[in-house]
Design a protein around this ligand. Structure first.
Ligand SMILES: Cc1cc2nc3c(=O)[nH]c(=O)nc-3n(C[C@H](O)[C@H](O)[C@H](O)COP(=O)(O)O)c2cc1C
Length: 340
């Protein structure tokens, strides 16, 4: 597929955030059916998992997912460089480094948001990755750590990674409080400060700056991009829990006027995908769990969710049964289509 001119000019205009346990390959395949141009990010994969774990499983994705970025978690430059090279060889379009995750496990491994305090180490990692690959290396960060509301740390980090060759930063517009908040609270309690991200773009106009945090609608995306003159937006929870929003993205943000899919076409495509994955041993529920919110706010949505969440986990390996279950769910929301 040829990207639209807007997508080539602004590859990060709309991104779906990396989210552990949510943006696995099945979720990304599903989201891709809704938008041709959204840039999709993997869950964070640690360098340790790629170097010592089942690398092939961690890296695998479907070619339909392009453009797709892998997010790495780690801080050892040599390990990051090796993992970036694995990702490039596998066909990823971008390597993103996590400098924003606040979990304890991540802090003890000396990566994630605590790296905001170590800009030189991050820059070394970025330089090592850029040396190792030709695909873009990007950084996802917060605007600060703990209760320090100054932007000094942010600028030190941004300038260090930019000097190392990073051209694109994704900025989650709140601090990470590393002193006791859970990761979930850390996505809600530290205040959002979009103005800091807008100022960063004005101060560093040569960098591509993508804003993240709390954006819910296409109107929010537009006002962030236009109002703050940013290069793009990244949505996490809204993209996952209101996925139909992605069906507007190509037209509204990438100027691609081609008609998008309708929901039942997406479901039929997911059935074909599920059958292919089930033949490789993937349980049906690992795929349908990502589809639960597709019919959000449509009459029958609750029954759609119930059929999928009750029946899919008990499904066997027979494809005919999988098809029957998903069609039974579809009948709750699109009775005419499901019967056809
Ligand atoms: C369940 C979940 C898992 C997440 N995992 C990651 C992750 O692996 N890497 C990362 O950089 N951010 C992770 N995040 C943070 C998101 O990428 C994003 O920065 C955050 O949710 C704010 O964006 P939102 O308000 O649009 O959801 C996660 C968020 C959620 C909800």
């Amino acid at each position: 597929m040829q990207p639209s001119p807007a997508a080539s000019a602004a590859p990060h205009r709309f991104c779906v955030a990396p989210m552990m346990d949510l943006t696995d390959r099945h979720a990304r395949y599903f989201l891709r059916l809704l938008s041709r141009h959204a840039r999709l990010y993997t869950e964070m994969v640690t360098t340790g998992a790629l170097l010592h774990g089942d690398r092939e499983r961690f890296l695998r994705f479907d070619p339909a997912e392009h453009p797709v970025a892998i997010q790495l978690g780690g801080s050892d430059p040599a390990a990051l460089a090796r993992c970036a090279a694995f990702a490039e060889a596998e066909g990823y379009d971008e390597v993103n480094l996590n400098v924003g995750c606040p979990s304890d496990r991540v802090q003890s491994g000396r990566f994630g948001a605590c790296l905001m305090a170590e800009p030189d180490l991050v820059a070394e990692g970025v330089a090592a990755m850029i040396d190792a690959v030709r695909i873009p290396v990007t950084v996802k960060t917060r605007i600060g750590i703990d209760r320090d509301d100054s932007t000094e740390r942010l600028y030190r980090l941004v300038d260090a990674v930019a000097a190392a060759g990073c051209r694109t930063l994704i900025v989650h517009a709140r601090n990470a409080w590393l002193d006791g908040l859970s990761p979930k609270d850390n996505r809600e309690i530290p205040p959002l400060r979009y103005a800091v991200v807008g100022q960063l773009k004005r101060d560093r106009p040569g960098l591509s700056i993508v804003i993240n945090g709390g954006l819910q609608t296409i109107a929010d995306c537009r006002s962030a991009i236009d109002g703050l003159a940013l290069d793009g937006v990244m949505l996490g929870r809204a993209a996952y829990y209101s996925p139909w929003l992605l069906s507007e993205v190509d037209r509204a943000l990438f100027g691609d006027a081609r008609p998008g899919p309708d929901r039942s076409e997406v479901v039929e495509a997911m059935i074909r995908y599920a059958c292919a994955r089930m033949a490789e041993g993937t349980p049906l529920a690992s795929i349908t769990r990502h589809m639960l919110a597709l019919y959000q706010a449509v009459p029958g949505a609750r029954a759609w969710r119930r059929v999928l969440s009750e029946r899919a986990p008990r499904a066997g390996t027979a494809q005919a049964q999988a098809i029957e279950i998903v069609h039974a769910a579809l009948a709750c929301v699109e009775p005419d289509r499901a019967a056809a």
